[in-house]
Ligand binder design. Structure first.
Ligand code: ATP
Ligand code: CA
Ligand code: CA
Length: 151
């Protein structure tokens, strides 16, 4: 069984409610099994943008879907929860669902890069990931614990 790790984030319209609602949708989704969820971490926006703080978490799941199918499901959940795609990068959002890791796969597709291209640089990803999977490594063998310590 391949374990999938998902990063969740929200900084609009009651972030705690947004994360809980997304997790409930995933837990009830046909063909998805939600195994673990980290605590919710309050986080400053990237690049000190003038935005509300984020609430971030990481979840571990397994599923019967291929990575691009899962990406479609995640983007539908974002849309259902009122995510508006803006031309401005990293703008405020009700819900962001990023695929961090999909087993040990390495994927370079126009719509999907796995491992997530910046996960090794983001404290708000590595800290909750470490909480639920302290011994996890990236496909290249780097330990998430070591990446976290380096930040
Ligand atoms: P960042 O990717 O830096 O965290 P973001 O989450 O705000 O920024 P989005 O606007 O949510 O970026 O996504 C832009 C596109 O990234 C999506 O349409 C999707 O096709 C693509 N993408 C590539 N790799 C991934 C991934 N691992 N997880 C989710 N989306 C991805
Ligand atoms: Ca993101
Ligand atoms: Ca995203």
């Amino acid at each position: 069984m391949e374990l999938v790790y998902l990063g969740l984030g929200s900084n609009l319209n009651h972030p705690q409610h947004q994360l809980n609602k997304a997790l409930q949708t995933l837990a009830n989704y046909n063909g998805i099994k939600l195994h673990q969820v980290s605590s919710f971490y309050q986080t400053k926006p990237l690049n000190n943008a003038n935005q509300p703080d984020y609430l971030n978490a990481v979840a571990e799941l397994s599923c019967k879907y291929q990575p691009l199918e899962l990406l479609d499901i995640l983007q539908n959940i974002e849309t259902m929860q009122g995510r508006i795609r803006s031309d401005i990068r990293w703008s405020s959002r009700t819900l962001d669902l990023d695929l961090l890791l999909f087993g040990k796969r390495i994927i370079n597709h126009p719509r999907l890069i796995i491992p997530h291209y910046q996960m090794h640089l983001r404290h708000f990803v590595l800290q909750p990931l470490y909480e639920i999977a302290p011994n996890l490594s990236l496909p290249n063998g780097q330990k998430c614990k070591d990446l976290l310590a380096k930040l």
